[in-house]
Design a protein around this ligand. Structure first.
Ligand SMILES: C[S@@+](CC[C@H](N)C(=O)[O-])C[C@H]1O[C@@H](n2cnc3c(N)ncnc32)[C@H](O)[C@@H]1O
Length: 346
């Protein structure tokens, strides 16, 4: 039965539920803040040997016991930790993924996503809406990538976070595409080379080129016996040019960082550089229509506020390809958040 609040329209339980739901949504940031704290402190590593009392854990983490209990309690509501009947806290399956030594550790990605460089811009979504673009420069006085180039600590957090973000998708992505049996592939903006490594591992007839900014290529992870002698570094600027004479140009999680004009420049550079019959693979999320949750819809908020970029729909990718003189050939789902958008000469 609706109850009447004086001077307002009648309300019922559904109104209270709706209001509480929206308030809960507004509290979403506390989970990310708490998650950042335990990732930074290495709490999951301290619990790797099994559950501990909060006092034991606080001693090992060198933090205060009472606030730690509160942080663990709130993250237990999100399935990261669990409180046992005897009051000790342990890791859930999701919590195990926060360990630094987990096979596909999420810890560096959590530290990157909640780093102040991404966190603060998202707090300014309203400004981004009013102005229609990134607010990174308002906060940090320069663009994101300039900031990363000047700040070693942020660079480390970003590149290792990006590598962790990518590690869990690299293998299925390398398996999802029918690469040629031989030839050369270039990973354009390939970071530390995690994806190129997976592609070369799976396709022994291919050689690879790792192209990224010099300070990034210098930190590559391709000193691996399996791919020895089958790759070369190509430090450079993808807006100027990309290495010529390859058969496949892979552009993974790059275009979503940039505005359309910059994307077209990168795509054109690849088109100019590729061998006859070459292919360009854009590996990015393709935003699905409708209301369903999709990680890329959330990442898009981060891109909107901190970068000139955006996550794109199928139609938006087709426009980019066409503007770069390419034919969008097909979109290949991969079972990960990322799809492969293939472009060829028209
Ligand atoms: C979001 S990360 C993606 C890295 C990698 N492809 C992956 O999927 O993990 C973007 C990459 O673009 C690189 N980058 C940014 N500007 C660049 C430029 N002008 N030339 C070459 N690489 C650039 C960055 O250093 C970074 O490694």
């Amino acid at each position: 039965m609706p109850t009447e609040i004086s001077g307002s329209t009648p309300t019922g339980p559904e109104d209270r539920d709706a209001t509480r739901f929206v308030i809960d949504e507004a509290l979403g940031y506390v989970y990310a803040g708490a998650l950042r704290a335990v990732a930074a402190l290495g709490v999951a590593d301290l619990l790797a040997g099994g559950p501990l009392t909060v006092a034991e854990l606080a001693g090992r983490a060198e933090v205060h016991e009472v606030p730690l209990r509160r942080v663990l309690r709130v993250l237990a509501t999100r399935g990261i930790f669990e409180e046992l009947a005897d009051g000790r806290f342990g890791l859930t399956a999701a919590g195990q993924a926060l360990r630094s030594d987990a096979p596909l550790s999420a810890r560096p990605a959590v530290l990157m996503l909640t780093d102040t460089t991404l966190w603060r811009p998202v707090g300014e979504v309203e400004l981004s809406l009013r102005r229609g673009g990134s607010v990174f420069e308002d906060i940090f006085g320069m663009s994101f990538f300039d900031y990363v180039a000047r700040n070693q600590q942020t660079a480390t957090a970003f590149h290792s976070g990006m590598a962790a973000f990518s590690d869990q998708e690299n293998e299925p992505l390398a398996a999802a595409y029918d690469f040629p049996a031989s030839g050369v592939v270039v990973d354009v903006g390939g970071g530390h080379g995690g994806f190129l490594l997976e592609v070369l591992r799976r396709h022994p007839g291919l050689d690879g080129v790792l192209m990224d900014e010099p300070h990034v290529v210098a930190e590559h992870r391709l000193d691996v016996e399996e791919v020895k002698g089958r790759w070369r570094p190509a430090p450079g600027d993808f807006f100027a040019e990309v290495p010529a004479g390859a058969d496949v140009y892979m552009i993974k999680r790059i275009l979503h960082d940039w505005d359309d004009e910059s994307c077209v420049r990168i795509l054109r550079n690849c088109r100019r550089a590729m061998n006859d019959g070459g292919r360009i693979l854009v590996l990015d999320a393709v935003i699905p229509p409708g209301n369903e949750p999709h990680q890329a819809k959330a990442v898009d908020m981060m891109l909107m506020t901190a970068f000139p970029g955006r996550e794109r729909t199928e139609a938006e990718f087709a426009e980019l390809f066409t503007a770069a003189g390419l034919r969008p050939a097909r979109i290949i789902p991969t079972g990960t958040v990322v799809s492969i958008v293939e472009g060829v000469e028209p």
